[in-house]
Design a protein around this ligand. Structure first.
Ligand code: PAF
Length: 273
């Protein structure tokens, strides 16, 4: 595995690369969820590139960028064991300059749900993902369905800006008891973790309702709220794959999303139906 820190070296290496490039952009603190993306990229491409960059522009003022977990050594080992060819770990000064050209996420779809609590967050995500795509020139780029709104906006950016990259949607990885993997799970103590299980339970109940042809979104949301009555629910939303709100679930075109807070720990999860 080659570790690259500079743009020049990355460009030079990419120019010499032959065959398909599978790309997994990350902010580090890699867990099984990331590993599953890397493994899929490894299976489907000649060359696998992973980036680790804690992107400041997607954090808002007051969000503690400095507290974002950093596990450089462990991350490097994980990449090495998972068969990564190129690990790109730029520092902040190389990725951004003063007064640069900006990209804006679509207003209607980026200021709702995650974007309502974190306005401009998705501007920052698209800004860095576009830069990384331009540098890495991937054939296929891998994103988890867990960040469903991010995934949808990245797909829209690829369509709207005519980018030449396939976005590969990857399944959510869960622990045996249903908890979706997240870098934030490490902050949960036993009691909080127990409470967090109600999130995936509520999604299972929702999917059971749909399996029994109960498609009414209002009723599904009501049932989910009951299961999560001990949690501080930020939102439950039922949308189609383009993130338009639905009144009735549509098979193969529905995403049911949840965001909750357990004490100060914010968790999101979703299910694709
Ligand atoms: O999902 C993430 O880890 C980040 O939002 C991404 C896509 C790496 C951009 O910084």
């Amino acid at each position: 595995m080659t570790i690259i820190k500079t743009i020049e070296k990355l460009k030079q290496t990419i120019r010499q690369t032959k065959g398909s490039i599978g790309f997994v952009p990350t902010m580090g603190a890699l867990h099984e969820g990331h590993i599953s993306l890397i493994k899929k990229a490894r299976l489907e491409n000649d060359v696998v590139v992973v980036s680790i960059f804690i992107n400041p522009t997607q954090f808002l003022a007051g969000e503690d960028l400095d507290k974002y977990p950093k596990k450089q050594e462990a991350d490097e080992k994980i990449c090495e064991f998972s068969g990564v060819d190129i690990l790109f770990t730029p520092n902040i000064n190389t990725m951004y300059s003063q007064d640069e050209v900006l990209i804006k996420a679509p207003i209607l779809k980026s200021y709702t749900l995650e974007g309502q609590r974190r306005p401009e967050h998705f501007d920052g995500v698209l800004r860095i993902v576009l830069k990384l795509f331009n540098l890495v020139q991937p054939t296929n780029a891998y994103f988890g369905k867990k960040d469903a709104q991010q995934l949808s906006l990245i797909k829209q950016m690829v369509d709207d800006l005519f980018l030449d990259v396939n976005i590969i949607e990857c399944e959510i990885i869960r622990q045996k008891d249903g908890l979706a993997l997240s870098s934030r799970n490490v902050y949960l103590d036993n009691k909080q973790r127990q409470l967090a299980l109600n999130i995936s339970l509520s999604l299972r109940i929702a999917s059971d309702m749909v399996a029994k042809h109960n498609m009414d979104c209002e009723k599904i949301i009501e049932a989910m709220k009951k299961v999560m009555d001990s949690l501080d629910i930020e939102y439950i939303a039922i949308v189609d794959r383009k993130f338009e709100k639905l009144d009735f679930c549509e098979l193969k075109n529905t995403i049911i999303l949840v965001a909750v807070k357990i004490d100060k720990i914010r968790l999101i999860d979703n299910i694709w139906i």
